[in-house]
Ligand binder design. Sequence first.
Ligand SMILES: *[C@@H]1O[C@H](CO)[C@@H](O)[C@H](O)[C@H]1NC(C)=O
Ligand SMILES: *[C@@H]1O[C@H](CO)[C@@H](O)[C@H](O)[C@H]1NC(C)=O
Ligand SMILES: *[C@@H]1O[C@H](CO)[C@@H](O)[C@H](O)[C@H]1NC(C)=O
Ligand SMILES: *[C@@H]1O[C@H](CO)[C@@H](O)[C@H](O)[C@H]1NC(C)=O
Ligand SMILES: *[C@@H]1O[C@H](CO)[C@@H](O)[C@H](O)[C@H]1NC(C)=O
Ligand SMILES: *[C@@H]1O[C@H](CO)[C@@H](O)[C@H](O)[C@H]1NC(C)=O
Length: 430
Amino acid sequence: MAKIMFISLLMLSIVSLSVSQEQCTNSNQVRAGYWLSNSNHYSPLDSINTSLYTHLYYCSIAVDYNQATISIPSSEEVPFFMKFSSTLKSTNPSLKTLVSVFATTQFSSIASDTNRREKLILSTIQLARANGFDGVDLSWQFPSSSADMANLAELLTKWRSKIDEENQTSLPPLLLTATLYFSNHIFDMPDQNLDYPIDVLSYNLDWANILSFSFRKSTNVTIYDAPLYDMSSHYSASYGIISWLDAGLPPCKIVMGLPLFGRSWILRNKAKNELGSPIVAAGLKQKMSNHTGLMAYSEIANISKDSSVSVSYDNRSVAAYLFSSSTWVSFDSFEVVHEKVMFALQYRLLGYFVWPINFDDSDYSMSDQALQIWLKYRNSLIYEEGNIFGFGFGQTEAPSNSPPHSLNPSQASRLTHHNLLLFLLLFLFF
Ligand SMILES: *[C@@H]1O[C@H](CO)[C@@H](O)[C@H](O)[C@H]1NC(C)=O
Ligand SMILES: *[C@@H]1O[C@H](CO)[C@@H](O)[C@H](O)[C@H]1NC(C)=O
Ligand SMILES: *[C@@H]1O[C@H](CO)[C@@H](O)[C@H](O)[C@H]1NC(C)=O
Ligand SMILES: *[C@@H]1O[C@H](CO)[C@@H](O)[C@H](O)[C@H]1NC(C)=O
Ligand SMILES: *[C@@H]1O[C@H](CO)[C@@H](O)[C@H](O)[C@H]1NC(C)=O
Ligand SMILES: *[C@@H]1O[C@H](CO)[C@@H](O)[C@H](O)[C@H]1NC(C)=O
């Protein structure tokens, strides 16, 4: 009996292995961007250079937790929402549009209930179809218990089957994606068993957008917000992506995030302006990012034109910062984007997304930089031969001794569950 079970398990794993390889014929396909509806005036729909993207996300639609449906967009947003797809596709007919559903921790109450799950799924599908979207995205920030993870699996399985049985056969099936934490394991939560359900994600999602930035939310010294490498902790984009791969998510299901924003702080002493320097507060609120401690790439580019401003690129961490008087900003420069796109190619990921496109400069320089690197190297022999172009002290695999999940990897980090969520909430709804 045990033998038969063993053999069937073996066969099952061979089957699933070939499935995941088959899933990987489709790499190099996604160059996406999120468009923030509440920053619509900084990137009017008809000003977007749509040829820079393959997929654009409307970010975001909220959830009505009482009704277990999608919230109707506010009257101010309705016009953008309704014309999002048609306007963008008018200049790039092959562009695909998706609507991103933003879910808070309250989402547990929907994910855990069969009827409420179904209601939410149907309302999302209807809203997407009625407004010409090609897909839907779930951005649940973040599941916070093992039960949440199990319910996420149920939800996505159901979502996929609803899409499959959809009644509009004249159109291709809706795409289904999810916006997920930077690593497959969620750190710094009271529940330490927070691993995403990899097989379910892999089977039901077209792909996962990985939030490869803002790893650490609270600090009293200057830090990099989204370094590609960090040899002393798990807070890096490479660690996160490799953790997903190690856990079994196929590379062709992974789309890596590139932040078009920086994090800013006020230095305690403006003469002490290196990485790890003491800070006293979050940076002043800027017009575009409209939130303390954040700066849009466009605002960073504007500041860095000033000759008194010093910009540094750290080729070891693959990260950049600048300081101007007592303001210190960690951000992704052109070099950083170059290296991150090369990293995505090296690991044969499906693609990248920029977050959000509204924060790019008026020429969409960063979106263009990512695209040009991608196009230039995606078919190159150098890329086929693998790991010979990487700069930085490559974290070529996740550290075999991963820090314990509960470990706070830096004394400087004061991350708590609450300010993580608060930050993300504020960030999305500023
Ligand atoms: C849009 O981006 C493409 C790709 O870089 C470029 O060739 C084109 O000139 C841009 N269009 C506009 C209007 O800037
Ligand atoms: C398709 O139609 C059937 C019968 O009208 C309905 O029960 C089902 O919920 C519909 N599916 C979707 C995804 O709307
Ligand atoms: C900036 O954020 C505040 C809330 O903090 C909001 O009331 C205001 O409308 C926002 N401004 C812009 C231009 O989005
Ligand atoms: C650009 O920076 C200058 C100061 O260096 C500032 O006066 C100006 O308002 C900024 N422009 C924008 C669009 O942020
Ligand atoms: C990284 O920067 C250091 C210091 O500027 C330099 O010596 C080194 O050659 C650089 N490495 C690469 C791979 O660019
Ligand atoms: C940061 O602040 C906390 C208290 O708010 C303190 O315990 C910790 O030592 C500080 N860390 C550094 C590096 O200054």
